[in-house]
Design a protein around this ligand. Structure first.
Ligand SMILES: Nc1ncnc2c1ncn2[C@@H]1O[C@H](COP(=O)(O)OP(=O)(O)O)[C@@H](O)[C@H]1O
Ligand SMILES: [Mg+2]
Length: 259
């Protein structure tokens, strides 16, 4: 059962080992519905591995992961998507040779109801559904400001637009939880401030919860009320950005770094 006091996502004592490396070590996390939550830490800290355990790409070796109070520790990636967990990737993964619109249509198709036979025979119901899906896809492109690029080839878009297209595609699966892996990577200050406004609006307009990995501290402090700082797979600090910046072990972990 879930209610307002049930976290949307909870990780309890989660561990993931690769040989001798403890990529995540006794990791705890609680994210309430509608949070925008930040996950920070140096390279190799285990951030992406956390996303991979939540989405079933990796199975946790220890611990428990709950989504809306339900145990999803052993979930498969397609089951995570069906439950409403969507993600973007640290290295953008689009169908580069397909149109912008088609990249979103493929994600919309996840939830539609026509059969493969209907699709092959192109029966009227299929045509109606595809028209509806196309309109839906354009709607998502509008929400990320890419509707005028619908027929462009995805791989030809500038980097910042490709990141937005990935987010539009994630939104097309109708997620409850959106996991963003370094959305501002490779962006300059102006572009990352624009991304902040964009994500604020996306969160305002849709009933989503966001967990984001991000190195740009100005992005995290503008978006996230709470964050967790990770180093060597362990939580160093948890709190507001201002609070974790004061934390001695966080300062030490980032010595010479950008925090
Ligand atoms: N599939 C894998 N096989 C072996 N080691 C891995 C694998 N994925 C991640 N790791 C290791 O786990 C640690 C955490 O990696 P990662 O989660 O990618 O860090 P981050 O995203 O914080 O930079 C690193 O030491 C990395 O080399
Ligand atoms: Mg990573």
């Amino acid at each position: 059962m879930s209610n307002n006091s049930t976290p949307l996502l909870e990780m309890k004592g989660v561990e993931k080992h690769f040989g001798g490396v403890r990529a995540i070590d006794r990791f705890d996390l609680r994210i309430m519905p509608r949070d925008i939550y930040g996950l920070i830490g140096p390279n190799g800290a285990g951030k992406t591995t956390i996303f991979n355990t939540i989405t079933g790409i990796y199975q946790a070796d220890e611990g428990q992961i709950l989504f809306e109070g339900k145990d999803i520790t052993k979930i498969k990636p397609h089951e995570a998507a069906a439950l409403g967990i969507a993600r973007t990737f640290q290295n953008i993964r689009l169908f580069e040779n397909l149109s912008v619109k088609m990249n979103v249509i493929i994600a919309c198709n996840m939830h539609n109801r026509y059969s493969v036979a209907e699709a092959i025979l192109r029966l009227p119901r299929y045509r109606k559904v595809t028209k509806a899906i196309e309109e839906r896809a354009i709607g998502f492109l509008e929400s990320v400001g890419l509707a005028d690029k619908a027929d462009d080839i995805a791989g030809s878009l500038p980097y910042g637009h490709q990141r937005k297209l990935e987010i539009a595609r994630a939104m097309a699966t109708d997620p409850k939880l959106l996991l963003l892996d370094e959305p501002a990577a490779g962006m300059n200050e102006e572009e990352s401030l624009e991304l902040v406004d964009f994500l604020k609006k996306l969160h305002h307009d849709n009933p989503i919860t966001i967990l984001m990995i991000e190195h740009h501290m100005d992005v995290v402090s503008r978006l996230c009320e709470q964050c967790t700082v990770l180093d060597f797979g362990r939580t160093l600090a948890q709190g507001t950005v201002e609070e974790v910046k004061q934390n001695e072990s966080v300062v030490a972990a980032y010595l010479g770094g950008e925090l």
